[in-house]
Write a protein that binds this ligand. Sequence first.
Ligand code: NAD
Length: 488
Amino acid sequence: MSLRPASASDLLIDGKLIPGSGGVFDVVNPATEEVIGQAADATLDDMDSAIAAARHAFDTTNWSRDATFRAHCLRQLRDALLAHTDELRELTVAEVGCPVFLTHGPQLEGPIRDLGYFADLAESYEWTHDLGEAKPMGIRNTREIRKEAVGVVGAITPWNFPHQINFAKIGPALAAGCTVVLKPAPDTPWCAALVGKVIAEETDFPPGVVNIVTSSDNALGAQLSTDPRVDIVSFTGSTATGKKVMASAAETLKKVFLELGGKSAFIVLDDADLASAVSMAAFAVVTHAGQGCAITTRLVVPSEKLAEATALARDSLAGFAAADPTDPGTICGPVISATQRERVESYIELAKTEGGTIEIGGTRPADKEKGFFVSPTLISGLDNSSRTAQEEIFGPVLVILGYDGDDDAIRIANDSPYGLSGAVWGTDRGRINRVVDGVRTGTMSINGGIWYSADVPFGGYKQSGIGREMGVAGFEEYLETKAIAEPT
Ligand code: NAD
């Protein structure tokens, strides 16, 4: 079977592949600006049908009670997607503009394989806990805790790592016994819709268990966060939208799970190998053109080494030209859209008005007539209180800042509304540990350590989110706890 949409992708609602009632909208290749096809444009009515199907499947089938069958369906989906890897790789690079090298990891193959981790978890998880006997109010009771699926999940996702984020939601949610309505970002509908096609045509998922609703209209996301038939909204996206989701979910008191923005700090201690540390920081910020919530976008170096570190960062970034994402050697591709490029460029202009110096980049690459490319950019001369250093840019833009003493480095890292990620480089273990303990974030990398893995919980402190994705913690987000007692 070929996955390539003949003209437009379809919605998956109640087990059927159907066109969107709103017609279609364009899918644009960010590297070429070409319209490469269309996606089904769902309306509020389509979303209503999808929510109804998910509710019906949860309430009337055995899905939530049959972990063995759920594991079977998830492994079947993993294997079917793996059989389509090459086709998916081509379509993903064309739609997302991500460098093809990333599709061997978190942009495609990693998340597909992670479905197996969640299938295993469905089978191995201890669904019941015996609390033993107790005599509350003088009556002897046996007590038990049972874990149960939350119910219908409204999953809302962004465009930067679509497969990773889609699967990090539907994998654990389905393994937990929930049913799902997935609404992907308007910029990357195909990554989700093609999975819907595989689910419909090559797996045993019962109708309504997974519903995939692509749309150009953000109102469908809002609909998921307000509809009383949805039990939990699992949202990844910007902090601004996350706040709206949380506010609108309050009306029906549904659970909210939020993975939001970041402005993470890369701290180089004064005993670190400066050249290695700075080149790693440069590599991180250009990867997928800086469009990663956990990318470290503030490089925090000892003040006495600021000039040297700036020169090193400039040299490193010069080695990462924004280039064709289909080239296996490309690290920095385009940003997702003209709108996103304008946003990045507006921050570069803002940096200048704030007194920053553009050390390198700051422009569109001269050799690219088409495509939403931004040259890797280094900005110096700013204070951490500047908007450029405080706000998420989501482009290949690194701000370099000086600090005086380890406490000051920790202070700068924490002087942010966000708390998603961070990095520290150094040699003294005690000082490294003080930094790791002091920085208020959900993940920390020491000397280039990579925490990304199916079994590692990921998420944010402060305004970077609520809850954890991936790992056992990410699975338990989709569970309720029921306490049961019986007199003996
Ligand atoms: P966004 O917030 O604009 O959109 C995210 C999703 O929300 C899209 O599907 C969009 O259609 C939908 N949406 C828009 N308005 C909505 C509303 N009022 N109610 C419900 N849904 C609505 O984010 P984006 O521009 O697509 O993605 C970039 C952002 O995502 C960045 O801020 C980045 O840091 C964040 N992100 C966070 C993580 C994480 O795990 N913490 C991962 C990736 C991206």
